[in-house]
Design a protein around this ligand. Structure first.
Ligand SMILES: [Zn+2]
Length: 265
């Protein structure tokens, strides 16, 4: 029954809801039909099958609803739901890619779908924020968590609460897996990489990788790729088998950023 405390999102004292780190709908999607009923969860350096669904009393009822209506609901309708069932990918492929090579394709999100992609991005941002806001325990172990840094953590909280803009020194880049990417059906754990000009925080959930780039030296070209930025919003389609390609990934993003700028009307 009720746990009373301060909601981590709105900071109001309230009865806190028991909720999952990653909404349980994700685990239902990847639960295998075979003999192992447990979903596949990827942690850095290992692949484990577990039924553990990490949960905590973190949010008040209103904030839990807010995350659902502003992001999770749309995410779960557009994420990878099984072979041939990936609405985000299908939506992108109805358009001509801005750039296409053997590792990536990049699509500009049509104007009619900008709120859709913002909602998907909001879902990813909320998961990464939750990772940084709380030490989530998975059975006997602690789930890897990330740190956004003190100014950014607060700015992201305000953004999720609709009380402030998306951080000036941030970008949320959304990447969809294609059918050949073995990460398409997996749920990852959050991770961080320190790069020369910014930090990269990311997580893979059901065919969609959320890349949160933060840092005062983040380039304008990278910011242009953010789904929260007004103007051209890109989604990348990753064809790579392996996901741990942040360095490669960065090179391609830079190349892509150049193309996006040149391609603007
Ligand atoms: Zn709240």
């Amino acid at each position: 029954m009720g746990v009373v405390g301060r909601c981590r999102l709105c900071l109001t004292p309230a009865e806190l809801q028991d909720s999952h780190f990653i909404p349980k709908a994700a685990y239902k999607l990847i639960r295998g039909k075979g003999t192992n009923p447990h979903p596949l969860v990827v942690q850095p350096g290992k692949v484990v099958q577990t039924s553990a669904q990490t949960r905590a009393h973190l949010l008040c009822h209103e904030c839990k609803q807010r995350l659902y209506h502003q992001g999770e609901d749309t995410f779960f309708r557009y994420c990878y739901r099984g072979p041939g069932k990936f609405r985000l990918l299908n939506m992108l492929r109805a358009h001509t890619p801005l750039l296409d090579n053997d590792q990536f394709a990049a699509y500009v999100v049509p104007d009619s779908e900008t709120s859709l992609i913002e909602q998907i991005g909001y879902m990813g941002l909320s998961i990464l924020w939750k990772s940084a806001a709380h030490g989530w325990r998975d059975g006997d172990s602690t789930l890897p968590s990330i740190s956004l840094g003190s100014p950014y953590q607060e700015q992201v909280r305000q953004y999720l609460l609709n009380a402030g803009p998306f951080p000036e020194h941030g970008a949320m880049v959304v990447e969809a897996s294609d059918e050949n990417n073995r990460l398409i059906a997996m749920i990852g754990t959050p991770a961080t990489l320190k790069l020369p000009k910014h930090y990269l925080h990311w997580i893979d959930i059901s065919g969609i990788r959320f890349n949160l780039l933060m840092g005062a030296r983040l380039t304008p070209q990278m910011k242009e790729l953010s789904v929260f930025r007004h103007g051209q919003r890109c989604v990348l389609v990753a064809k790579q088998q392996e996901a741990m390609l942040a360095n490669d990934y960065l090179e391609h993003l830079k190349a892509l950023a150049g193309r996006v700028a040149i391609g603007q009307k």
